[in-house]
Ligand binder design. Structure first.
Ligand SMILES: [Zn+2]
Length: 145
């Protein structure tokens, strides 16, 4: 989903909301098997001289506990926020390599593909080792051994 920022940048509006879906086949390498699309909703707003985007993301998924291998279903929820920084790609042909840096998102030509940004956010935020519960004792009840 592409967000068009020109109305905010020109001062016509202060901000706007958005919502959408990311389909499971758009997101690889997530350590969770998705039961359906990832839902997101958020807001872009002008705060001082900066543009901020905030988004809430949630999805149902299942995974196998890293210690006991039990299958677990869980609702995952994340909140993300970024400052949007306008750049002109003509002066930096490698801009996409540094699209995201220190919570800032570089956006090109007054627009930003929020789905792409959130896909990166989700992969960064998803824990690598998921457990059925924090005190899971492992397959033989003797974790950590
Ligand atoms: Zn477990």
């Amino acid at each position: 989903m592409v967000l068009f920022l020109s109305d905010i940048l020109k001062g016509k509006i202060k901000g706007f909301g958005f919502e959408g879906l990311i389909q499971p086949d758009e997101l690889f390498a997530l350590p969770v098997i998705l039961s359906g699309p990832i839902k997101f909703e958020g807001h872009v707003s002008q705060i001082g001289d900066k543009l901020e985007v905030r988004a809430h993301v949630c999805f149902d998924g299942r995974f196998f506990c890293h210690r006991c291998l039990k299958e677990v279903k869980r609702l995952f929820e994340f909140d993300f926020s970024h400052t949007l920084v306008q750049i002109d790609h003509r002066f930096d042909p490698l801009w996409f390599l540094a699209r995201k840096k220190d919570g800032q998102i570089y956006c090109l030509c007054e627009q930003i593909d929020i789905s792409d940004v959130l896909k990166e956010d989700i992969l960064e935020a998803a824990p690598r080792f998921l457990l059925c519960s924090e005190d899971c004792r492992g397959m033989f009840g003797n974790w950590p051994g």
